[in-house]
Design a protein around this ligand. Structure first.
Ligand code: 13P
Length: 253
C-alpha cells in the first residue's frame, strides 16, 4: 500500500500572522476528526519556524515542507535558502521544480536535479514537480516532456534514494486555471510516470513512490481524482489556503 498524501502549497500567500492562523485551524480540524492521509503544509519560508512550533506544541502529525531549496550547502547566494536552514526550521519535505519556478525563475532539469540530489543527501524528502504545458499537450508531446523531466530531474539518484521521493504531476494548463485534468487524463499520465520510474529504477521501487496530482484540485473534484489507481493524493494550491476546503480534500479518499 502506497502512502496517501495531501500537501498544501501556499505559494506566495499569507503573512507571518495569517499563516499561523491557517495552520492553527487545520491542526484543530485534524484533532477533531483525524485524517488517514499524511498532510504536509508548505507555507512561505518566513512561517516555517512558527508553524513548526504550532505543530510540535499540539502534538500534531502534520508535516512541514518548504517550497524550494538551494543546492549549495551555504555561502554567497543572496536570497537563497539551504537544507540546513530548512532542517533547523523543522522541514521534512521540500517542493522541487514547481512549474512556476521553471517558468519565472529559470529552473532547468539540471538545477531541479541538483536540488533533488542535495535534499535526499540531507534527508529532506523532495516532492519533485513535473508536467506539460497546454501547447505541449496539444502537440502530443505530454509523454516526451514527462520522460525528459523524469530522466533529467531524477538523474544521479540511487534506488534507495528514489524510494524516498514523491512525484507531483502538475499539468501547467491546470494550475490556477480552474480547469483540472480529468480523472482519466490524470491516471493516464500517472500510469506513464510510474512505468518510467520502473524503467529508471525498478518496478518495486516505482510501485512504492507516491505520485500526487496537482492543478485546480477542489473539494468537489478530489474524490474522483484520488480514486484513480495511480493517483496517491494531491498537491493543492489555491484550495489549500482555506482550512475547510483543504481538510475536505484531505478526507477525499
Ligand atoms: P492550484 O491548486 O491553485 O491549481 O495550484 C496547484 C499547484 O501549483 C500546487 O503546487
Amino acid at each position: 500500500m502506497r502512502k496517501k498524501i495531501v500537501a498544501g502549497n501556499w505559494k506566495m500567500n499569507t503573512d507571518a500572522v495569517s499563516s499561523k492562523v491557517l495552520a492553527d485551524i487545520i491542526v484543530e480540524g485534524v484533532k477533531r476528526q483525524p485524517v488517514s492521509a499524511e498532510l504536509i503544509l508548505c507555507p512561505p519560508f518566513i512561517s516555517l519556524e512558527s508553524i513548526c512550533e504550532t505543530l510540535w506544541s499540539r502534538g500534531s502529525k502534520i508535516k512541514l515542507g518548504a517550497q524550494n531549496m538551494h543546492y549549495e550547502d551555504n555561502g554567497a547566494f543572496t536570497g537563497e535558502i539551504s537544507h540546513t536552514m530548512l532542517k533547523s526550521a523543522g522541514c521534512e519535505y521540500v517542493i522541487i521544480g514547481h512549474s512556476e519556478r521553471r517558468r519565472y525563475f529559470g529552473e532547468t532539469e539540471e538545477t531541479v536535479n541538483k536540488r533533488a540530489v542535495k535534499s535526499l543527501q540531507n534527508n529532506i524528502l523532495p516532492i519533485v514537480c513535473i508536467g506539460e504545458t497546454l501547447a505541449e499537450r496539444q502537440s502530443d508531446k505530454t509523454f516526451d516532456v514527462l520522460n525528459t523531466q523524469i530522466q533529467g530531474g531524477l538523474a544521479n539518484i540511487s534506488i534507495e534514494e528514489a524510494a524516498k521521493i514523491i512525484i507531483a504531476y502538475e499539468p501547467v494548463w491546470a494550475i490556477g486555471t480552474g480547469v483540472n485534468a480529468s480523472p482519466a487524463q490524470a491516471e493516464e499520465s500517472h500510469a506513464f510516470i510510474r512505468l518510467e520510474l520502473a524503467k529508471m529504477f525498478n518496478p518495486q521501487t516505482a510501485e512504492s513512490i507516491p505520485i500526487l496530482y496537482g492543478g485546480s484540485v477542489t473539494a468537489a473534484n478530489a474524490r474522483d481524482l484520488f480514486a484513480q489507481k495511480n493517483v496517491d493524493g494531491g498537491l493543492i494550491g489555491g484550495a489549500s489556503l482555506n482550512a475547510e476546503s483543504f481538510l475536505a480534500i484531505a478526507r477525499s479518499f
